[in-house]
Design a binder for this molecule. Structure first.
Ligand SMILES: Cc1cc2nc3c(=O)[nH]c(=O)nc-3n(C[C@H](O)[C@H](O)[C@H](O)COP(=O)(O)OP(=O)(O)OC[C@H]3O[C@@H](n4cnc5c(N)ncnc54)[C@H](O)[C@@H]3O)c2cc1C
Length: 418
């Protein structure tokens, strides 16, 4: 049970790398902060990555330090499974109602996992983009914070089965929990609600959803991750066998007036990074990258050059027109036109990775139209709204961290009435 009313200097909505950064930076200046997250754990999309470009270090490096800063700072209160229902007031004095979904698992949980062994129900694992399943009582991922189980109310038959309650020797499962509404009085709000991948099902000519060996870039992160559905071994979904040839389709639905008109700015770097994932496991795999322009500016240029030196990575300037299945070989056929040479390409590959873009996560936020631009991103500073992270424009993590830190200054100005 959370207290029904909380007073804070700053409310941060969304606990990805942007929101966590804003919350810890603000708290370390002495502000009292509430950090809200709609998922059962904090960290956002970077928790689902295998490695960060360009250094190829695991995202846990930066994230763990920030989570430690949060945990050890008494000025920050973290609420998960929490979403803003409505906001009234103005900069300096906001009145916010927040809905908290039940977790059905209390702070007594030691994450021993006994409950999982008896749970008879299962759910599609959204952390792995549906590539595997978990029990209906689950921990979102191994190092999740808070480190507590959660029950999916849709697949759990709470009314009949109580096997997890009986198995939990700590009495940590409470199936009677219901949704609560709490009130937060705060001086400023930072919206850090991030992004969702563009829905690849809308790209019908590229075969996603039709052919199992067509996956998206975010799925590739999970396939390569040691805690992913294949324990880090990159396998062809259709055969569970080795991958000898891969096509990366850049701008899949991006810079396209029928889908997303804008460039998501990180997809080229993400695919270049994915060639390294493949190369680590398959020294002889052939890879093709179909691109409009390779956008790897500034510090990323060297990473691009390094990948270009791989003799088995082939760059083709041109958009992919079609992906189909060759039923005799079970392989995929990628068709494109190379606009540099004017030649038509038709190549058979075992795996296709769609570099889908990032869409701002703003639906359901209590903001007015003037705070959202033509592409759906938040306009930070417009009508008193302060925003940071990918919900203001696509960007990489280091740019997100800088913007989040800057947004705290804007929040301090709002709190002080400047
Ligand atoms: C395939 C791919 C690979 C990438 N690889 C890299 C890389 O290697 N290096 C790099 O620097 N960048 C990389 N990026 C970019 C990186 O993912 C983003 O910069 C980063 O995720 C942005 O963080 P964020 O906090 O803005 O958003 P998010 O990570 O999306 O976090 C937003 C948080 O807000 C929560 N939320 C959303 N709506 C609400 C709401 N209404 N109420 C409460 N909470 C809410 C979400 O659940 C989430 O936890 C990659 C991107 C892609 C597509």
């Amino acid at each position: 049970m959370t207290e029904a009313s909380i007073t804070s200097d700053l409310l941060v909505v969304g606990a990805g790398i942007a929101g966590i950064t804003a919350a810890v930076e603000a708290a370390e200046t002495g502000l009292k902060v509430v950090l809200l997250e709609k998922r059962p754990y904090i960290g956002g999309k970077v928790t689902q990555f295998n490695k960060y470009f360009p250094k190829l270090c695991p995202p846990s490096c930066g994230l763990e330090i920030n989570i430690r800063r949060l945990r050890t700072n008494p000025k920050v209160k973290v609420l998960t499974q929490a979403e803003v229902a409505d906001v009234s007031g103005q900069p300096g004095e906001y009145d916010v109602n927040v809905k908290l979904k039940p977790r059905f698992v209390t702070d007594r949980c030691t994450s021993c996992g006994e409950c999982v062994t008896v749970c008879p129900e299962s759910r599609s694992n959204d952390f792995n983009y549906g590539m595997d399943r978990t029990a209906s009582i689950y921990i979102p991922y191994e190092n999740a914070y808070p480190s507590k189980y959660v029950i999916d109310p849709v697949t759990c038959k709470a009314s009949g089965c109580k096997k997890c309650v009986e198995a939990c020797k700590y009495g940590a499962i409470d199936l009677s929990q219901t949704e609560e509404t709490i009130n937060i009085q705060t001086g400023a709000i930072i919206w850090a609600t991030g992004w969702e991948p563009y829905d690849a099902n809308k790209l019908d000519v590229l075969g996603f959803g039709k052919f199992p060996d067509v996956i998206t870039n975010v799925m590739m992160e999970r396939l390569a991750a040691p805690d992913g559905p294949t324990k880090g071994k990159i396998l062809r979904p259709s055969t569970n066998g080795a991958v000898n040839s891969v096509a990366f389709v850049q701008c899949a639905g991006s810079r396209d007036e029928n889908h997303l008109e804008y460039c998501s700015s990180v997809c080229c770097m993400a695919s270049l990074k994915h060639t390294r994932y493949i190369r680590e496991q398959y020294p002889d795999a052939e890879m093709d990258i179909y691109y409009i322009d390779v956008r790897a500016n500034g510090v990323f240029e060297e990473f691009y050059s390094e990948v270009s030196r791989d003799p088995k990575v082939h760059f083709h300037r041109g958009k992919v027109a079609k992906v189909s299945l060759d039923s005799s070989s079970g392989k995929l056929i990628v068709e494109a036109e190379d606009t540099l040479t004017g030649t038509r390409i038709k190549k058979s590959v075992e795996l296709v990775v769609l570099a889908t873009g990032m869409q701002p996560n703003v639906s359901g936020l209590p903001l007015d139209r003037s705070q959202i631009d033509g592409d759906g991103f938040l306009v930070s500073g417009g009508s008193g709204a302060i925003a940071c992270g990918v919900n203001t424009r696509p960007k990489d993590v280091s740019a997100v961290v800088q913007e989040a830190t800057g947004s705290v200054l804007k929040a301090i100005q709002a709190i002080k009435g400047n």
